[in-house]
Ligand binder design. Structure first.
Ligand code: DGL
Length: 284
């Protein structure tokens, strides 16, 4: 079979997990831990990563195109694991699809509002996520009056984490700089609003101190997904071992090495998908 052509049956009744690249594997891992019997299909847009520095319009067009790949092949539920895509493309995706679509921002917002003691919440994310204002608006809309939100873009974190430097001294120094305004604002809860940041939890915890709650969006969305599938009677029989497939828009480079670190185990060889970027304007 030529690359990019996938037998439909192969991904039927699966949960599609979409990300700009490797980072969404933190979400994949959290979902796999909670839902061992489900068939998971991961799609990473490695040809266009990073999304976190692109305009919302470009992220939206790329996301619509790639989620369509998962839908055409019968995914019954889509998780937009990428925070940048969740912040910019979720509403557009929901308008165009019938299957349940879950982003990572909603569950993260709800958990932060449940955990904050004084209503002072920090949000960390890519430049595009923070500039979109999506987290800030959702927290203001859903939180009680007086909720204060302090957002910080942390563009250096993604490359540092992919380089394997999450625990390095230089990363701690950069984290101290990025987090200084949040510490000055005395936030009591911080949303890790990017696929990669759960890996930085120990370093961020050291900078912010033990009294600041760190909200891991990957865990939050995995819990929300379990609830959703349970309510709809879509959970598979326990005892079964779910299958896993990985599709990328570009293969090679360091994906498998970094992926093994994110997932905590080696991943099977990913398949390359040829998505025609020219058709980005088609919609779904
Ligand atoms: N997946 C992106 C996010 O969660 C981070 C990597 C990128 O910039 O594409 O925002």
């Amino acid at each position: 079979m030529p690359p990019g052509r996938v037998r439909e049956r192969a991904v039927r009744r699966s949960i599609g997990i979409f990300d700009s690249g490797v980072g969404g594997l933190t979400v994949f891992r959290a979902i796999r831990r909670r839902l061992p019997a489900e068939d998971l299909v991961y799609f990473g847009d490695t040809a266009h990563v990073p999304y976190g520095t692109k305009s919302p319009d470009t992220v939206r067009r790329l996301t619509l195109e790639h989620v369509r790949f998962l839908l055409r092949r019968g995914a019954t539920c889509i998780v937009v694991a990428c925070n940048t895509a969740s912040a910019t493309a979720l509403a557009a995706l929901r308008r165009r699809t019938r299957v349940p679509i879950r982003g990572v921002s909603g569950p993260g917002v709800r958990e932060a509002l449940a955990r904050t003691r004084q209503g002072r919440i920090g949000v960390l994310g890519t430049s595009t996520t923070v500039a979109s204002g999506a987290y800030q608006r959702a927290l203001a809309r859903q939180g009680p009056r007086g909720t204060r939100v302090f957002a910080a873009a942390c563009p250096l974190f993604v490359p540092l984490i992919e380089e394997g430097w999450a625990g390095a001294r230089v990363t701690g120094e950069i984290a101290r700089r990025y987090l200084a305004p949040l510490r000055a604002a005395r936030v009591d809860t911080v949303i890790l609003g990017c696929t990669h940041y759960p890996i930085l939890k120990p370093a961020l915890g050291r900078v912010l101190g033990p009294r600041v709650a760190l909200v891991d969006s990957a865990e939050a969305v995995a819990r929300a997904l379990q609830g959703l599938l349970g309510e709809r009677g879509l959970l598979r029989r326990p005892g079964r071992t779910g299958t896993e497939r990985f599709f990328l828009t570009d293969v090679g480079g360091s994906f498998r090495r970094v992926a093994a670190r994110f997932l905590g185990r080696p991943i099977p060889a990913p398949r390359k998908v040829n998505v025609r970027v020219e058709s980005l304007h088609d919609g779904l």
